[in-house]
Design a protein around this ligand. Structure first.
Ligand code: MV4
Length: 454
């Protein structure tokens, strides 16, 4: 096992990784920017190294500075968390070239899944259902239109190097397709330095359901069930839950085993998430994330498995500490992402936290690096806490979440807590009846009401 792990991240995930390390008897090294000297991940780590100025590109994305920090502190491994360098295959490769262990998948698998075209081709070859569309890159416009006619309009054009919704174009007819294809390519080239695009049938009202997998270095891969992440705004997830209210046990079992089979064939190692669109009872692969995700705690809460701990174990060469049969899913979990933003306008609200009271009690978990007196810097992502609640049933979970949201008090800044309090009162949410567009509509209607009463 590792003696010392460097955590190449900040905020709540840096703290989350620190906690897992401590429980495993591992020393931690925090890295931080000049703006993060007072950050909780720096305070709690055994050692810390300043790696550069506030801007991410000069600090948390500064590969030489991070590898130097690992070398001078004699760390054995680097955990990248999520965001920043977590899906940078060059970083994973450089970490390994410096005789350090990258706590994550191989650089090859990160690269393979980083290109959405190679990811989709690979998924299909591995027996994962994909959205009908172009076989790989759209090179010939007329050929693409032939395919679009056979699968039916509308279609969606996506950038190979995109992801997170950037650079997508919907075409509802042949004329529209001819019009937007060159735009899509130019945008892809300008945004990602790669003009390659692909085409898919556009699914009108799917849910976003993802499967958590983890593999070790001995050929074992398991799945830990799904998460429903349909409640999102502008491609930012807002609330996630497990299990999905839309799936039955048969569908759950089938997609889980498909994922396991595919990842076993691929030789996938460490944690990963396979993202699907789910519509009319069918799953369609869209992307794979080769990192631990923000919403991993909902899976931890229903399985009782510490995913970060398991990532560290398998990276050190140990076999997975459980088999597929030993994974028991219990009850229901919901995560609310709390952002330092106005709950109506979503305008960022960094600044000093003057008062802080986190909820507690049975089955209430808060993953956050906030504390009273802390100043949230304006340079980074606005997510400042995750409230994760578990219950025996979805109803118990929602009742407990309502109670926890009432208790949660954050003073001095604006947060999205009021948005969460409003979402969980909606009949559609209570009935589990929502798709990927539900929250956008809810937010739009809410803004209208505010304007009327103003
Ligand atoms: C789609 C789609 C409908 N049909 N693909 C958006 C982000 C990227 N990961 C994939 N995305 C979508 N791909 C087909 N063939 C609709 C979306 C989409 C979406 C997906 C998941 C969660 C939220 C979303 C919001 C808008 C569009």
């Amino acid at each position: 096992m590792f003696e010392k792990v460097l955590i190449a991240n900040r905020g709540e995930i840096a703290l989350r990784i620190h906690r897992a390390c401590k429980e495993m008897g591992i020393q931690t090294v925090a890295v931080h920017s000049e703006a993060d000297e007072e950050a909780m991940h720096v305070r709690l780590a055994d050692e810390s190294v300043c790696i550069g100025p506030a801007a991410s590109k000069d600090s948390y994305l500064n590969i030489p500075a991070i590898i130097s920090a690992a070398t001078i502190t004699n760390a054995d491994a680097i955990h990248p968390g999520f965001g920043f360098l977590s899906e940078n295959s060059n970083f994973a490769q450089m970490v390994e070239e410096h005789d350090l262990t990258f706590i994550g998948p191989s650089a090859e698998h990160i690269k393979l899944m980083g290109d959405k075209i190679t990811a989709k081709v690979t998924a299909k070859e591995l027996g994962i259902p994909v959205v009908p569309g172009s076989e790989g890159e759209v090179v010939d416009e007329d050929h693409a239109i032939e395919i679009a006619r056979s699968i039916g309009f509308p279609v969606i054009i996506k950038a190979a190097s995109g992801g997170g919704g950037k650079g997508m174009k919907i075409a509802r007819s042949e004329e529209e397709f001819r019009e937007v294809l060159p735009l899509a390519k130019t945008e892809a080239k300008n945004n990602f330095g790669n003009e390659a695009v692909y085409m898919e049938k556009y699914l009108q009202r799917p849910r976003h359901i993802e499967i958590q997998v983890i593999g070790d270095h001995h050929g074992n891969v398991v799945h830990l069930g799904e998460r429903d992440c349909s409640l999102q705004r502008r491609h930012q997830k807002v609330l996630e839950e497990a299990p999905s209210p839309a799936l039955n046990d048969q569908q759950r079992e089938k997609i889980g085993m498909t994922a396991v089979k595919a990842m076993t064939k691929l030789g996938y190692r460490n944690a990963g998430t396979i993202e699907f669109l789910f519509e009319d009872g069918e799953f369609y692969f869209i992307e794979m994330n080769t990192r631990i995700q923000v919403e991993h705690p909902v899976t931890e809460e229903i399985t009782g498995i510490d995913l970060i701990c398991e990532q560290i174990r398998v990276a050190s060469g140990a076999p997975l500490s459980f088999t597929q049969e030993e994974i028991k899913r219990r009850g229901h979990a919901i995560e609310c992402r709390v952002n330092a933003e106005n709950a109506f306008t979503f305008v960022p609200s960094p600044g000093r936290i003057t008062d802080y009271h986190a909820p507690g009690g049975l089955s209430v978990r808060v993953d956050s690096a906030m504390y009273s007196g802390y100043s949230i810097p304006p340079y980074y992502d606005s997510m400042v806490a995750k409230l994760i609640v578990h219950g025996k049933t979805r109803n118990e979970c929602i009742m407990r979440l309502r109670r926890a949201l009432e208790e949660y008090a954050i003073g001095g800044i604006e947060t999205t807590l009021p948005l969460h309090r409003a979402i969980i009162e909606q009949t559609d949410f209570i009935n589990g009846d929502y798709d990927i567009h539900w929250l956008e509509k809810f937010v739009a209607n809410r803004s209208e009401e505010v304007k009327k009463t103003a």
